[in-house]
Design a binder for this molecule. Structure first.
Ligand code: FMN
Ligand code: SF4
Length: 393
């Protein structure tokens, strides 16, 4: 008989027992029917990944990786989940192993996540089929192909895809890489629940910042209200972490779900929802984010390695009031190029910062370029010269 459909991940207290005699095909069909989509950012259907690993296994070794890395330092979702529901995460990994036929799994953590690591160690006491592995610490350490390299003692650089991990992952064997949050839904979904919530980290100008579990489809405004409401006059809501888009406060009715966020020009990404007050200049904010991305890029592909640096340089020039009108189409073109030609989700999604700030906050750009002033009076000079390394449109 199906359990309550109002399942929660945090503090649910409900960890269904492991059924080793599970009818695997029926289980995959049930997961497909539940519509469970990846919580790690891209929203890929879990059932499709499970099917792919099973098909590609052809009777030999497969692996499961539970991505609990929390690449975005301001969005400690997997850490919170492990600290509060470690047994649910472990049960999810066990079920993924049964379904894919894997005899070994990794629970992949950030080195700074000491509390989560202790909780995981207690939940895994006495077993050696699920191994705790630590990533390198940078933002790219959470990207699925880079983390496979890390597990193989290589640098955290992305791999060319295809082949996807479900065909050639850890040690070139079929590997399921899923976020710990997605896998935690497995036991609950197979017990009759539907996966209706998402963990989010609410940060910035709110009264009660922290990790919250909200229904998918909750509006951004209601999420900020859950965190005590804005603590300053709200200018913008930044959704998805360092590569996510920044929406004007007027878009507080945008829903936190895969489609609505995409239509608004952003994505779930790291699950961070950040409130920005009217004292934030969006040109400077975009430049600050691109400075972080330029530092964190794994640098293996040119569109991202060069693109993040160029965009940062141009944005710093604009915020230093050295900008020209021609900088704006140039930024758009660089963003389009990054999105089209980058090797991994990092470079593909980063331009959403540009697209959304140019669309939602044209006055911030205009004040700097046309009037030589910062609209919030907060920008300081970052560059003495324009960033020009080649002919610009
Ligand atoms: C730069 C970057 C960092 C990422 N960091 C994480 C992370 O910390 N945790 C995570 O689950 N997914 C992260 N992802 C997404 C993973 O590549 C992968 O899509 C995800 O783990 C798959 O799980 P899911 O199908 O359950 O969403 C990151 C992606 C990128 C591009
Ligand atoms: S997009 Fe950036 S992070 Fe991703 S592979 Fe290319 S250089 Fe590395």
């Amino acid at each position: 008989m199906p359990a309550s459909t109002a399942a929660r991940l945090l503090d649910s207290g409900r960890v269904p027992a492991l059924d080793r005699g599970l009818d695997v095909d029926a289980a995959v069909e049930r997961i497909a029917a539940s519509g469970l989509r990846g919580r790690g950012g891209a929203g890929f259907a879990l059932a499709d990944k499970l099917r792919a690993v099973r098909t590609n296994a052809a009777g030999s070794e497969t692996y499961v990786v539970a991505n609990a890395y929390d690449a975005d330092p301001d969005s400690p979702l997997a850490r919170t989940l492990l600290e509060r529901s470690a047994e649910l995460v472990v049960r999810g990994i066990e079920l993924a192993m049964v379904i894919t036929g894997a005899s070994h799994a990794f629970l992949y953590l950030h080195p700074a996540a000491t509390g989560a690591r202790s909780a995981a160690e207690s939940a895994l006491a006495g077993r050696d089929d699920i191994e705790i592995a630590l990533g390198p610490g940078g933002f790219m350490g959470g990207e699925e192909s880079a983390l496979l390299n890390v597990l193989e003692s290589k640098r955290a650089m992305a791999r060319q895809r295809p082949p996807y991990p479900a065909l050639q992952g850890y040690r070139m064997r079929p590997t399921l890489v899923s976020s710990a949050e997605t896998l935690s839904w497995l036991p609950l979904v197979l017990d009759g629940a539907t996966a209706e919530t998402k963990l989010v980290s609410v940060t910035g100008a709110v009264r009660k910042p922290g990790v919250y579990e909200v229904e998918l489809g909750t509006t951004l405004g209601a999420i900020l209200d859950r965190a005590g409401g804005a603590s300053a006059e709200l200018k913008a809501i930044h959704v998805g972490g360092p590569t996510g888009g920044i929406l004007a406060a007027a878009r507080r009715s945008t829903k936190l779900d895969y489609e609505d966020l995409k239509a608004a020009g952003t994505h779930l990404g790291s699950g961070q929802v950040r409130a920005l007050g009217t004292d934030v200049c969006m040109v400077r904010e975009a430049g600050r984010l691109f400075a972080y991305l330029a530092k964190e890029s794994c640098a293996i592909c040119v569109p991202c390695r060069v693109g993040t640096k160029r965009v940062q340089g141009i944005l710093d020039g604009v915020s230093s009031s050295l900008g020209r009108d021609t900088d704006l189409p140039w930024l758009t073109e660089l963003g389009d190029h990054m999105e089209q030609f980058s090797l991994c989700g990092f470079g593909i999604t980063a331009p959403s910062i540009l697209r959304t700030t140019l669309r939602e906050f044209p006055d911030d750009y205009r004040a700097h370029i046309s009037e030589g002033r910062c609209p919030t009076g907060t920008c300081t000079t970052l560059r003495a010269r324009r960033y020009e390394t080649m002919a610009q449109p």
